[in-house]
Design a protein around this ligand. Structure first.
Ligand code: AMP
Ligand code: ZN
Ligand code: ZN
Length: 455
């Protein structure tokens, strides 16, 4: 009987789900995607964040976002806007080298579309499907990817204040001739302070207060212009931050001569291009330090999704959490990222606020490649091929009804209570309905003929 009730409730909720998801209307939905670089998930416990909490209370919080390997800025920002792993979108690191063309890429030299054209970011798809996009310094937004930049964009300049970036975003959303429906906004903090002072520092805590003030400024401007109740906002980040130390340094010069290799990326994930025999270089490096894993390209673990691209170099060094790879000498920074993407310290969070998102909803984790199909659904766009799964993120949407574990427990307990009440009532009624059997008076009959027992 109780099983019947559970199935019945689940059936009803599944039915309602289908009904709701088929009635989403995206015609004039607006979406703003914001990244605060290096905002580690656990930073939420370090400071009260009055402004961010406002959005969490009336929106949705994802406590951990599983980001892609390598946990660096360019690969992850491009994964968020393409829904692809680094091996599939081609921006495999912050610095890259292509052997066939002899081309190099760095954060300072990132404008060649060659590096970006293996995928199509959502701002391009949005424009191809009839809308306007805006880009305020999100990596790639000042590049002609597939011959297209966002309709409005800013050339990257780290000294442009946050407030100015926000003012541009507001102007683009309200532009009287051609407003955007999708904007991206990027800010360098708390990453810079995290590198300089470390994630456990007082400086970092102070910077978080400043980041929350930045969010406050964004909210104020959206409210002043009447956008606050119409623009949907996703605040997330590319990666977290781990504490480093000058006592955790791996010195390659102790193991291998510099003439044997070129370091294409440095630390904590070093891409090694051997200049002599690959196996010889591999052997020297594999015996170098127990705090560093050494992989031949073909042996890189599948879970990294970091093998199938010609920009990935023949040997990959991956330092353990908190360790730094150098050729010699020491380090000056106290925080870094780039490590294994399974480490919680590498994970950012996500906050979604606005009419399309659930209010007061919290879930533990999603993948950052799932943000792309979520955004496409919100904007009503046909997705480009990607590695993301909408099913993982659909519950963030107000239009989707989801039965979580607490709901299921509630349904089971509720059904049991109803069942027990009904059973008790039935027993009681049954007792009332049965007529009481009167006591039969015992008739003592005279039996004079009886023989006495004892003569
Ligand atoms: P990471 O070392 O991975 O933390 O990289 C963070 C740095 O990337 C920032 O401090 C910026 O200097 C740089 N950066 C971020 N966005 C852009 C951009 N759109 N164009 C160029 N460089 C950028
Ligand atoms: Zn970053
Ligand atoms: Zn960084």
């Amino acid at each position: 009987m109780s099983i019947f009730w559970i199935y019945f409730m689940l059936f009803v909720s599944a039915f309602l789900e289908c009904l709701c998801s088929s009635t989403t209307n995206n015609s004039d939905v607006k979406l703003l995607l914001v990244s605060f670089d290096g905002f580690r998930a656990s930073y939420l416990e370090l400071y009260a964040f009055p402004n961010l909490q406002k959005m969490i209370t009336s929106g949705t919080l994802v406590k951990h976002v599983n980001n892609v390997f390598v946990t660096k800025t360019f690969p992850n920002h491009y994964s968020i806007v393409t829904g692809r792993f680094a091996e599939s979108h081609g921006v495999v690191a912050n610095t890259m080298y292509d052997t066939a063309t002899n081309k190099s890429f760095s954060t300072f030299e990132d404008k060649d579309p060659f590096w970006w054209n293996e995928a199509t970011p959502i701002w391009v798809t949005n424009q191809q499907q009839g809308h306007k996009s805006g880009g305020a310094m999100w990596p790639g937004t000042d590049v002609f990817i597939h011959n297209t930049t966002p309709s409005y964009y800013l050339n990257y300049n780290y000294s442009t204040p946050f407030s100015k970036r926000v003012d541009h975003i507001i102007e683009w959303f309200t532009n009287s001739t051609g407003p955007i429906n999708f904007g991206t906004l990027y800010w360098e903090e708390p990453d810079s302070t995290g590198h300089r002072s470390g994630p456990d520092s007082k400086e970092l805590k102070n910077k978080l207060k400043e980041v929350d003030n930045n969010i406050g400024y964004l909210i104020d401007q959206l409210q002043k212009t009447g956008l606050w109740n119409t623009v949907n906002i996703i605040i997330t980040s590319d990666h977290g931050m781990a504490q480093c130390s000058d006592k955790k340094v791996i010195q390659l010069d102790n193991c291998i001569g510099r003439g044997n290799y070129t370091r294409v990326t440095n630390s904590p994930v070093a891409a090694i291009l051997p200049l002599s025999d690959v196996n010889y270089v591999y052997k020297l490096l594999s015996n170098c330090d127990t705090h560093m894993k050494v992989y031949l390209k073909e042996d890189i673990p599948d879970r990294f999704h970091y093998k199938h691209n010609k920009r990935i170099q023949p040997i990959l060094l991956v330092a353990d959490e908190g360790w730094t790879i150098v050729q010699n000498g020491s380090i000056t920074q106290l925080g870094d990222h780039g490590y294994d993407n399974a480490l919680p310290s590498m994970h950012p969070l996500l906050v979604a606020y606005g009419p399309v998102f659930k209010r007061g909803y919290k879930i533990n984790s999603i993948n950052n490649i799932d943000i792309y199909p979520l955004m496409c659904r919100v904007l009503g766009l046909k997705e480009e091929p990607n590695n993301g799964t909408f099913g993982n993120v659909r519950c963030l949407l107000a239009s989707e009804s989801c039965v979580g574990l607490p709901d299921v427990i509630g349904i089971v307990i509720g059904s049991l209570m109803i069942l027990i009440t009904v059973l008790c009532l039935l027993i009681l009624l049954k007792k009332r309905a049965t007529p009481r059997r009167a006591f039969a008076r015992l008739q003592l009959q005279d039996d004079d003929d009886d023989d006495p027992l004892i003569d």
